[in-house]
Design a protein around this ligand. Sequence first.
Ligand SMILES: *Cc1c(COP(=O)(O)O)cnc(C)c1O
Length: 428
Amino acid sequence: MKLYNLKEPQEQVSFGQAVRQGLGRNQGLFFPSELPELGDIDALLEMDFVSRSSKILSAFIGDELASETVSQMVSSAFQFPAPIAKVKDSVYALELFHGPTLAFKDFGGRFMAQSLAAVSDSNGKVTILTATSGDTGAAVAHAFYGMDNIKVVILYPKGKISPLQEKLFCTLGGNIHTVAVNGTFDDCQALVKKAFDDAELRQEVGLNSANSINISRLMAQICYYFEAVSQLPKAQRGNLVISVPSGNFGNLTAGLLAKALGLPVKRFIVATNANDTVPRYLKTGEWTPTATIPTISNAMDVSEPNNWPRIEELCQLKGWGLDELGYGAVTDEQTAETLREMNAEGYLCEPHGAIAYRVLNEQLQDGETGLFLCTAHPAKFKEVVDEILDIDVDLPAPLAKHGAMELLSLERDNDFDQLKAVLQSVQD
Ligand SMILES: *Cc1c(COP(=O)(O)O)cnc(C)c1O
């Protein structure tokens, strides 16, 4: 597999390099130079999730990794289903929250972990260092847990993430090291940045960021779009419209890549909260990000979405006009109203999925089938969902289990020397 840097196209890398580096020169995103031919799509849709996903990812990666290796990576990463649920006539939810941290980020995070393990020098040291305000840390911790040749260090601001979130990733132990920093999330990010700026330390412990724009994540996410279509009744596959709740636009990029690989999708809809840079851009042609606005769908509180350049590139390559994308932005009040409406229809959702559902409903036409992505389990946003619906959402098994376990975090000051000592000690 070859990829190029969108900012400096002369920089070309292999899959392994793209996975290890994350970003190219000048902070440029990597993009595949060629899309594979998948052959008969109907036959592909007949396969089971893991076999089909192995086939897609192996076709993408090419001869850099043996297809048996890719199959093993996929079976280890995708150990939970991505079922669709019928919400009402012609409208289906794609439930992406059945993984260990109850959000779709488990798919990308776990495949990225497998990829990094597969392309890293087995004798070299690898330390993943990341700062989190909650969600990302949990997905990264669970994705790398048990890969003993890769050490993970996660910083978070002490007392500033929800107790349940903290339990979800600070109770694992093994190769996962969590550090409660006496400071803010910004302090944690600054510490991480300082570590990456320290060339000597970077080399000594093999620092890697495993960050969210890693191409391996997007590749994994392509697979559940195929999985969704495979579950639709055949008669409903023809006029499919997919609504994607978007923040950093990784999910939409993966959906468009799935379409570029031959998945039959009539149209995609961009659904955002009040952080509506993209809907405004699609309407006016002007890219004018504003300050980020906090909302109840906080995983989408992003006003400068990182993945957007990949979408522009793909649309240009395929000759798709940006005007083919549907779009809509939803306020918190409308999100709450939609959650109540869905609950009355018998489907319990959370704010991110509800936003996608609302815009889909507004724009779905006669004869079309709608699919919207449910990106997190309702229990993950329990406080908000309980209050809006006046219910008490049950904790699913992973949350309940970790809730009863002991916290294993170290506590450190906002001090680079203390972080450095932690990084050196986990590699001893
Ligand atoms: C990360 C996240 C999103 C946004 O996905 P992008 O790929 O960044 O657009 C939506 N919902 C939830 C629950 C998330 O965690």
